[in-house]
Design a protein around this ligand. Structure first.
Ligand code: ZN
Ligand code: FE
Length: 252
């Protein structure tokens, strides 16, 4: 039986920790110490590290953890600490956990970004957030829109494990894009209550993101109209997405 729980690290990152009661894997350990504490508290052995992209808040704990646990490190081959490089379309089977991941290249936030998809589970790093998406540090709007379209096409009930708790600030922007989206308003109210309790708003689901995330909703007339006011030169998905992304970059 697989359990997946968030280990909060740094300011607003989550390391996702999967375990079966004995063996564990972690995704994007940007800091070793909180991960070690979680492993110790649950009596777990770290068997595998998965990485989505090269940023320090996702990789800062890898050297310490990989040495201490002598475990393999899967991820993009741009990262020196990766011992098992992964590429688009690869299958990654983690027998201990009954997981078979398909690797999806999702460039945009960074060029090396990958996501891990298994039945019902998506580890998407800084590509897709709850009601948001990663900034375009390395890729183009065209690349990111195509990456997000791939993720949006996954099954509705796929749980989305993002790596930052940005939900409420994303929703403030999302409501500026789509003030009349009732599903978004309802979600914002529920997530605000969740944060008041100090609980994570994640994981999300693909269905919920498709209904409430403006960065997946380029086909909606309201979103396209908002994009047109913020520099989109036509209604193409990449233009609409790119304009909404640039607007968010300066939104206060
Ligand atoms: Zn990042
Ligand atoms: Fe990050």
């Amino acid at each position: 039986m697989l359990t997946i729980l968030p280990v909060p690290i740094l300011k607003d990152n989550y390391v996702w920790l999967g375990h079966d009661g004995a063996q564990a894997f972690v995704v994007d350990p940007g800091d070793a110490e909180p991960v070690e504490a979680a492993l110790a508290a649950l009596g777990l052995n770290l068997a595998t590290i998965l990485l989505t992209h090269h940023h320090a808040d996702h990789t800062g704990g890898v050297a310490t953890l990989a040495e201490r646990w002598a475990c393999p490190v899967y991820g993009p081959d741009s990262i020196a600490l990766v011992t098992r490089p992964l590429h688009d379309g690869d299958a990654l089977v983690l027998d201990d956990f009954g997981l078979r991941f398909t690797i999806l290249a999702v460039p945009g936030h960074t060029l090396d970004h990958i996501a891990y998809f298994a039945d019902g589970i998506l580890f998407c790093g800084d590509t897709l957030f709850a009601c948001g998406c990663g900034r375009l540090f390395e890729g183009t709007a065209e690349q990111m829109q195509a990456s997000l379209a791939r993720l949006a096409g996954l099954p509705d009930d796929t749980r989305v494990y993002c790596t930052h708790e940005y939900t409420l600030s994303n929703q403030r922007f999302a409501l500026a894009v789509e003030p009349d989206n009732a599903a978004l308003a309802a979600r914002e109210a529920a997530d605000a209550a969740t944060r008041l309790r100090g609980a994570p708003t994640l994981p999300s689901t693909i269905a919920l993101e498709r209904a409430t995330n403006p960065f997946l909703r380029w086909a909606q007339p309201t979103v396209a109209a908002a994009a047109a006011k913020h520099g989109a030169t036509n209604g193409s998905p990449a233009q609409v997405f790119g304009a909404i992304r640039r607007w968010k970059d300066i939104f206060v």
